[in-house]
Ligand binder design. Structure first.
Ligand code: SAM
Length: 278
């Protein structure tokens, strides 16, 4: 039985980092001028309303999107992400925080496709409502641990695949790294973005080591510790496989701006950026 609802966390600092990277990667792939498919293995609801009880419970967005959207900056890549969030809000007050698949749909072109998997029945029906009429999008109420590898390789031959589990099951770190490896073996050309939380436990550490020991091609690893003061999530990280070759040059400065804006405890915060592009 799934209990995780992304509405509790929508727009927090982890979402800002993940969605910033996602848009950067999508823009990079779009530059190749060939159509592709975006696959979201754990899609969520797509759109989250700030006034909703979920978002109001812990108000995590106040430490994330609400902070970063107010800063003045001319950074090209950060501006792209923030302008898209603003445009979804009709360039007025922030009322909606868009999830990964909604941002992706806004960023993709008419010729691109989206395939979204969501297991939670309520989130699945919200997702369907949020994409009504968008003929580019296929949405399935399926378990990504069974379904994702069946979608690969896609007929488009090019894909960006976001793997963004809620890690609510005991063995979910193992399941996620196993799924990633199986998908990569079936479709080594895909661009995979994998998100994980930084927690005070061994599970997320061994998840990271598991990914690092595989021979994934062009692997970027980004991690941001913004809050070392709590026992909950201290930060978050992402792996990108088949990462854009210019990623470091492109977004190093943007990441620093995001980090400086979102970090809470100055001394213990950390930004990691490792690249193995060959
Ligand atoms: C972290 S949230 C997704 C957030 C979303 N990707 C975003 O960035 O806006 C994880 C989602 O995965 C769903 N989920 C959990 N287990 C799943 C599974 N095995 N297959 C598909 N979806 C699953 C949860 O219901 C939840 O909505």
């Amino acid at each position: 039985m799934l209990s995780y609802r992304h509405g509790y966390h929508a727009g927090n600092s982890a979402d800002v980092l993940k969605h910033f990277i996602l848009l950067y990667v999508l823009d990079y792939v779009k530059k190749k001028n060939k159509n592709f498919i975006y696959i979201d293995s754990h899609a969520g609801a797509g759109k989250y309303f700030i006034s909703d009880a979920y978002m109001q419970k812990n108000k995590e967005y106040l430490e994330g999107i609400n902070k970063i959207i107010r800063i003045k900056n001319n950074d090209f890549f950060l501006k792209n992400y923030l302008d898209l969030v603003k445009s979804i809000n009709f360039n007025t007050e922030l009322k909606i925080y868009p999830g990964s698949c909604y941002l992706a749909a806004k960023s993709l072109r008419i010729e691109d496709k989206l395939h979204l998997l969501e297991l939670h029945s309520t989130e699945f029906s919200n997702l369907k409502k949020n994409f009504e009429g968008d003929l580019r999008v296929v949405i399935e109420n399926e378990d990504s641990y069974k379904k994702l590898k069946k979608l690969l390789p896609p007929k488009e031959k090019r894909a960006v695949i976001l793997i963004d589990p809620s890690y609510e099951l005991k063995d979910e770190y193992e399941k996620a790294s196993k799924m990633l490896l199986e998908c990569y073996k079936k479709f080594p050309l895909g661009v995979y973005i994998v998100w994980y939380p930084v927690l005070n436990n061994k599970k997320s550490e061994s998840f990271i080591l598991n990914i690092l020991k595989e021979n994934y091609k062009n692997l970027s690893h980004i991690e941001m510790i913004t809050d070392n003061s709590s026992n909950g999530m201290q930060g978050s990280g992402l792996f990108i496989i088949n990462s854009p070759w210019s990623i470091e040059k492109d977004i190093k400065e943007s990441l620093k701006i995001i980090f400086d804006c979102l970090k809470k405890s100055k001394d213990l915060s950390k930004l990691l950026f490792k690249n193995n592009i060959n």
